[in-house]
Design a protein around this ligand. Structure first.
Ligand SMILES: *Cc1c(COP(=O)(O)O)cnc(C)c1O
Length: 457
């Protein structure tokens, strides 16, 4: 369509920014499986869910049919402080790799939280405020989600209580202090503050915690405190909905120059950035309008897609949350202590799980030293110091570009660069000092966790 040279950065004007989120589920003929009540195994109703989540978010969570949700003006105004996120043509990387491939990345690290998580944090905080709540509770692992949520809550004057996985709380004091700067209270999990925390500590003294355990604590605190609800930074349908802003902006930017990607790549922890990035492209694929290769990248040490099973499982260790049907390793799976790269959740978004199950997307797992090699290579060539999570996508984007060098194919590759790695320098240090290993769980280990999955008819 357009012969001008593609700029290094394709920005959108404020006017071109999306005014509605896109709900990918509306275009799926087979919908993701519903959340189930952990006691009765019946689909969770809106009233059951609204004890835990804000009402509007429950409505978004359960809506498999409405294709677009208007973004409230207050949220659009907040987005304008740090969005649109640039879509960057990786000219320098292409040159360094001598590849005929054209590589683009959507950079979500241009805000203090350092990741895409702010896109959903502001939406969730907004609906909590609108409902007249006092505050929200949540868990955080590495700290990006907690930081994003504390920023959103302070903007809207909402209280924010964060349970932070204990090993991160100890290893990442900087993240903790950023959250406190924005007024959040941060508790290492498991803690003695909750029943489930006390139980887990009694059974596993000295445990350094897990995301699943922190979720249980945050949910317990939300349901037992007046005027509080629980919010979650990934996995849920509502989070994928909010994150569709990533894909919608990407698609608008590409369309401006008539660019059609061949391959779209994203890292996958709970699936929110990937689900958001691919949303409008997968929508076209589902409607038969276009075809794309879509690749989820996960750590070999926490391989939910590539080595998990598609089954109903608990979303948390304490088994207080609804059951979700997803690719899972089992809710008590905890990646090896040597794993530094994030993306450590045991399950995966039920929407992405269903799409993967239908063969509409691929998944690959990569080892962490390969990930950090890619991270360092990228930092040197493109300048941005990437988050370890994002570097999973970088790894596979580089691998695909190298394949193009070998075959001479001029593929267009788009990947999600979800954030920056300034708070992950301990992991980089381990890598530089050669102290990082590539532990991959054995089949026996995975079988053990799998045998503890709940039995759901
Ligand atoms: C949280 C996070 C991820 C993974 O979460 P998803 O829900 O799978 O997107 C990836 N990258 C960064 C920088 C993150 O903070």
């Amino acid at each position: 369509m357009n012969n001008e040279k593609i700029p290094y950065k394709i920005y959108l004007t404020e006017n071109e920014m999306p005014k509605a989120w896109y709900n990918l589920r509306a275009d799926m003929s087979k919908k993701p499986a519903p959340l189930l009540n952990p006691g009765t195994h019946r689909p969770m109703t809106a009233s059951e869910l609204s004890g835990v989540f804000c009402e509007e978010l429950v409505a978004q969570e359960l809506d498999n049919d409405t294709p677009y949700f208007e973004i409230p003006e207050e949220i659009r105004d907040f987005y304008k402080m740090y969005r649109p996120a640039p879509l960057i043509r990786a000219y320098c990387l292409e040159k360094k790799l001598s590849t005929p491939a054209k590589i683009y990345y959507k950079f979500e690290g241009n805000n203090t939280s350092g990741s895409h998580k702010l896109n959903s944090a502001i939406a969730q905080a907004y609906y909590a405020k609108k409902q007249g709540l006092n505050g929200v509770t949540t868990e955080t692992g590495a700290g990006q989600w907690g930081t994003a949520l504390s920023m959103a809550c302070s903007y809207l004057s909402l209280d924010c209580k964060v349970y932070m996985v204990k090993c991160s709380y100890e290893q990442k004091p900087f993240r903790r202090e950023v959250m406190r700067t924005y007024g959040a209270s941060v508790t290492p999990s498991p803690s003695m503050e909750t029943e489930v925390g006390r139980k887990i500590l009694a059974e596993h003294p000295g445990t350094t915690g897990s995301l699943g355990c922190a979720i249980s604590e945050a949910v317990e605190t939300a349901v037992s405190s007046d005027g509080y609800r629980y919010v979650l930074g990934s996995v849920l349908n509502q989070v994928l909905l909010h994150q569709s802003i990533i894909g919608l902006e990407t698609k608008t930017a590409l369309d401006k120059y008539g660019i059609k990607p061949d391959i779209i790549i994203g890292c996958a922890g709970g699936g929110s950035n990937l689900g958001g990035l691919i949303a409008p492209f997968m929508g076209e694929k589902l409607r038969g309008e276009a075809d794309y290769r879509i690749i989820a990248v996960e750590p070999a040490s926490c391989p939910s897609f590539t080595r998990g099973v598609y089954a109903y499982d608990f979303c948390d260790t304490g088994m207080v949350c609804p059951l979700a049907r997803m690719y899972t390793l089992g809710s008590d799976f905890i990646p090896s202590a040597n794993h530094s790269g994030g993306l450590r959740y045991h399950g995966m978004s039920s929407t992405l799980s269903e799409l993967y199950h239908q063969g509409l997307m691929e998944a690959v797992s990569v080892k962490q030293t390969e990930v950090f090699e890619a991270a360092e290579y990228f930092a040197k060539v493109e300048g941005i110091l990437p988050a370890p999570e994002s570097s999973h996508a970088i790894r596979v984007a580089i691998d695909e570009a190298v394949r193009c060098t070998e075959t001479g194919e001029e593929k267009t590759i788009v990947f999600g660069l979800t954030g920056t790695g300034y708070f992950d320098m301990m992991a980089y240090e381990k890598f530089h000092d050669g102290k990082m290993d590539d532990y991959v769980p054995t089949d026996e280990e995975l079988a053990l966790y799998r045998s503890r999955l709940p039995k759901v008819e």
